[in-house]
Design a protein around this ligand. Structure first.
Ligand code: ADP
Ligand code: ASP
Ligand code: MG
Length: 439
């Protein structure tokens, strides 16, 4: 059975929901994972923010506006009074629940409950629409099977056992609808898989049922060879290896959540990226195939901090790097890029929560300098070192841009440049020009 995930824009209006319904009703049984309607999760974050700030008027007004938007969609979506009423009741229940938090103190747990309402509403709406159309559809509640363990990692065994038994309870269903993004933690509390995490839900579900294919349906025809928000004339990449897709997702290609590739790769399940607005377009297929020696795409990851530690003690010494890395480990801060020289090491982090403590500790080992607001530009492809020439092409593209660090050889799949934020777009465009347009 295939798993199809539809993102926020794909279910962003009554018409979009109708289009998705048409697309999924092809006679094949499937699991359909839905995000919240576009903009909803952001608005729920805004509501939570008002509640933290004890601005109940702001919260109530925002809740009211969002509820009116939903009521309008319901009015357009259903043709019968029966289903309009049924759905209005469910949605009113969700909004009353959100409103109940305007009366008391607000906790972190309650924010997660509020954030969960977006996916709970979109799935209820789609399921009712399918039922109204006479489709055998059923909701498989994510909160009943999607669970993380004490380390906030997916509890794969639990997910598999529970999901399989829930699916067995509805043997006649044609469409199983479930929520992306939301889950319960090891203590049974409502939680989520981080913003954009519906992609992760889909691949965890695909892995749990050993699906033949995971499809991520969004608003663009697959992974493009550069970020279409900043570069013109980008083109879809037809095929990617799992490793290439993982690098691109990690280094900023928003179309895929960074965590989404691993479960598919581990279980060797192909992932297809498809366009809901143009379903006939071939999109991108991510699967295990042999290398082809090509540069595939470029992505950028923002909010990077570079740290350089210079020390005479590093010269001919052993154990220096271990001591440096241990400091980052002790503050649970992961490192993205590393470059070394005879007397120093430069590295980057994106989580600056413990930056001050890290810098204090590092100063015991040498002179420390920090560059904030940097961007990693990542060129991804099958860049095995015997495929000569691509590094020089990439470096050539950066000839007019100040580059703080270059990293290559960590894997066969990427070469990364660290540049200032103000040079990001120029770097992306220049790389596209040198690597793709000249070909
Ligand atoms: P969804 O809501 O369906 O999950 P997202 O907004 O998370 O969709 O991801 C799709 C968006 O990702 C596209 O609209 C596009 O602007 C952006 N994007 C960034 N980089 C890329 C890329 N390399 N290829 C395709 N889309 C990209
Ligand atoms: N609705 C969630 C978000 O906006 C999850 C998702 O769309 O993937 O982050
Ligand atoms: Mg997304």
């Amino acid at each position: 059975m295939k798993v199809l995930k539809f993102g926020g824009t794909s279910v962003g209006s009554a018409q979009c929901m109708k289009d998705v319904a048409k697309l999924i009703c092809d006679g094949n049984r499937k699991i359909v994972v839905l995000s919240a309607m576009a903009g909803t999760t952001n608005t729920l974050v805004e509501i939570s923010d008002y509640l933290y700030k004890k601005n109940t008027d702001g919260a109530r007004e925002t809740i009211g506006n969002l509820e009116r938007k939903y009521n309008k969609v319901i009015d357009e979506l259903y043709s019968t009074d029966e289903y309009k009423q049924k759905t209005l009741e469910v949605i009113k229940g969700c909004f009353d629940h959100i409103r109940s938090f305007t009366k008391d103190l607000f906790t972190l747990f309650e924010e997660k409950v509020i954030l969960a309402q977006g996916e709970l509403m979109s799935t209820a709406m789609m399921n009712n629409y399918l039922l109204e159309q006479g489709v055998k559809s059923v909701i498989i509640p994510a909160l009943d099977y999607m669970r993380t363990d004490k380390n906030s990692e997916p509890d794969n065994q639990f997910i598999k056992n529970k999901l399989v038994s829930l699916l067995k309870e509805s043997p006649d269903a044609e469409i199983y609808i479930t929520q992306g993004y939301i889950c319960r933690n090891a203590y049974g509390e409502i939680d989520n898989l981080q913003r954009g995490g519906s992609d992760y839900s889909a691949s965890l579900i695909g892995a749990a049922i050993n699906s033949e294919e995971i499809q991520i349906w969004t608003d663009i025809d697959g992974m493009h060879n550069n970020d279409p928000r900043f570069v013109e004339n980008t083109k879809p990449v037809r095929f990617l290896q799992f490793e290439e897709a993982a690098e691109l997702a990690y280094f900023g290609a928003k179309i895929l959540h960074p965590t989404c590739v691993l479960p598919a790769k581990l279980n060797n399940i192909p992932v297809r990226l498809l366009n809901t607005m143009q379903p006939e377009a071939p999109g991108t297929l991510i699967y295990d195939h042999s290398s082809d020696g090509q540069i595939k795409a470029i992505a950028a990851k923002e909010n990077i901090t570079a740290i350089k530690i210079k020390s005479g003690r590093m010269l001919l010494a052993y154990g220096f790097l271990r001591k440096v890395f241990e400091i980052f480990e002790s503050y649970q801060t992961s490192i993205d890029m590393v470059t070394t020289s005879e007397v120093g090491v430069s590295l980057t982090i994106d989580n600056t929560k413990h930056l001050q403590e890290i810098l204090d500790d590092l100063r015991k080992f040498g002179t420390v300098t920090v560059d904030e607001d940097m961007v990693i530009i990542c060129v991804v492809g099958d860049l095995e070192w015997n495929n000569v020439g691509f590094e020089s092409e990439a470096v050539q593209a950066m000839k007019d841009i100040p580059v703080r660090m270059i990293s290559y050889g960590g894997s066969n799949y990427n070469i990364s440049f660290l540049v200032r934020r103000e040079d990001k777009v120029k770097a992306l465009r220049s790389l596209s020009h040198y690597l793709f347009e000249n070909k």
